[in-house]
Design a protein around this ligand. Structure first.
Ligand code: PMP
Length: 462
């Protein structure tokens, strides 16, 4: 650590935190007898906590966010310069970095044309939901308003996003939910037998399940289908072969708008700019947040094609006929200023290529581990977005108990390596170890992570 804080300063920080901070996603009772972890500094792939302990971060800030790694001076400088020039003006006016980042982003997204700024993944998804609803009112007498979402996908924390949430443990106790969201089955091939699916052509079968739901609900009631390209918190679910092609056919057939939630996959995580670009699909909406500025500033975008945008531009004399929405902090200029530098770093350092190469390497190393540890039932991934599903029995594929999965995560933490696991999302299936190192990861970093997991699996499962 750089010595900015004395041990006294940090002891005070811990006490202040314990007294007043309500941390995300955690039960606080244990903090009555132990200290919370406070991350003080970060450089590259590494962070240091209040005890000065170094950790290799295999989850990019915990939730797939810090794609270009910590301590990027050029992003900090660009944000500083922008804040001194102009920190904020509401988004009904444009801004210099807002215009320039939109232009650079759209270059990476053929077929799409408009960027709507806001400040979290949930909010970006809500913007798309609102656009779909308004289109239903404008074009279809309000009827084509339902939004399909998929089992095990997650789209955010607000009540409407949870209403589109396929992770039952996250949703429990937060109802009642918003009407008009309809669930379709997941597409995790490893769990096909649990769905009673055929062993061949699983991808087409899984896409076909979406069509069945559309037919049951009535195609004239369905406005949009919202999917993660590769499901993140639901267990790192890489879609099966043939799936996306069929999904694209289905949405075209029934005139359903396709909304792809790239909050995790977006901006390089899977080795392409966006996850959907692996599958040749043509979305109407793409939402993104985490990796857009790698967490150097809060920024999220709801990107649409011109077809969607035009629907809000016609009938300009009608005072109701525009997208009547605002995001106060969508007018912050720090976000697009940071995002411009983030994008330039990914290009100049060839991080997409690195992500593909290191992702393949890491998947190979996880497969080696599976050869040693019967508890690894399945490994999967796309780029530097990987999972290892732990099972109590390879034959039956019964999930490993959540407590043991968490013990593996804790053991790695003890070794100074931060990994993740599906966290209280899908009942009975919180059994996948998750890895999402920064896109700058080297073979040495990956070997370090895999060695830690190897040791942890030995200690927890024998
Ligand atoms: N979509 C996906 C796929 C996510 O994983 C998340 C957050 N984990 C969100 C949306 C919500 O993003 P935020 O927390 O920024 O609201």
């Amino acid at each position: 650590m750089d010595g900015t804080y004395s041990q006294n300063d940090l002891s005070h920080v811990v006490e202040a935190d314990k007294a007043h901070v309500w941390h995300h996603l955690i039960q606080h009772k244990p903090f009555e007898s132990k200290d919370p972890n406070i991350i003080v500094e970060g450089r590259g792939m590494r962070v240091w906590n209040q005890a000065g302990k170094e950790h290799l971060d295999a989850v990019s800030g915990g939730v797939w966010t810090v794609n270009v790694g910590y301590g990027r001076e050029r992003i900090a400088r660009a944000v500083y310069d922008q804040l001194m020039r102009l920190n904020y003006f509401a988004g009904a006016a444009g801004s210099v970095p807002g215009a320039l980042f939109a232009e650079r982003l759209i270059e990476k997204m053929p077929g799409l044309s408009r960027v709507y700024y806001c400040n979290s993944g949930s909010e970006a998804n809500e913007k798309a939901f609102k656009m779909v609803r308004q289109i239903a009112h404008k074009r279809y007498g309000g009827k084509k308003n339902k939004i399909l979402f998929r089992d095990r996908d997650y789209h955010g924390t607000t009540i409407a996003c949870l209403s589109a949430g396929g992770q039952d443990e996250r949703n429990a106790q937060y109802g009642p939910f918003t009407p008009g969201f309809v669930r379709v089955p997941h597409c995790l091939e490893y769990r096909a037998a649990d769905q009673g699916a055929p062993t061949e052509h699983y991808g087409e079968w899984a896409a076909d399940q979406i069509e069945q739901v559309i037919l049951a609900e009535g195609p004239d009631t369905i406005g949009a289908l919202c999917l993660e390209p590769v499901t993140a918190g639901g267990g790192v679910i890489v879609p099966p072969e043939g799936y996306w092609q069929k999904v694209q056919e289905i949405v075209r057939k029934y005139d359903i708008l396709l909304h792809i939630d790239e909050v995790v996959c977006g901006v390089g995580r899977t080795g392409t700019w966006f996850g959907y670009q692996h599958y040749g699909v043509e979305p109407d909406f793409v939402t993104m947040a985490k990796g857009v500025a790698s967490g150097y500033a809060a920024i999220a975008c709801c990107v649409t094609n011109e077809r969607v945008f035009e629907m809000f531009k016609d009938d300009a004399d009608d005072p109701m006929n525009y997208f009547r929405d605002i995001s106060t902090f969508g007018g912050c200029t720090a976000g697009p200023a940071a995002a411009l530098e983030n994008l330039a770093i990914i290009e100049e350092e060839n991080l997409l290529e690195n992500t593909t190469a290191m992702g393949d390497y890491m998947l190979g190393r996880l497969d080696e581990l599976a050869g040693k540890h019967a508890v690894i039932g399945h490994t999967r991934g796309k780029g530097l977005f990987l999972g290892a599903e732990l099972v109590a029995d390879r034959e039956t594929r019964a999930p490993a108990p959540e407590k043991q999965v968490q013990a593996v995560v804790a053991d790695c933490m003890g070794q100074g390596v931060i990994i993740g696991a599906t966290n209280r999302s899908v009942p009975g299936y919180n059994n996948t170890l998750c890895f999402s190192p920064a896109l700058i990861a080297t073979k040495d970093d990956i070997d370090h992570i895999v060695t830690a997991v190897d040791g942890a699996l030995k200690r927890v499962f024998g």
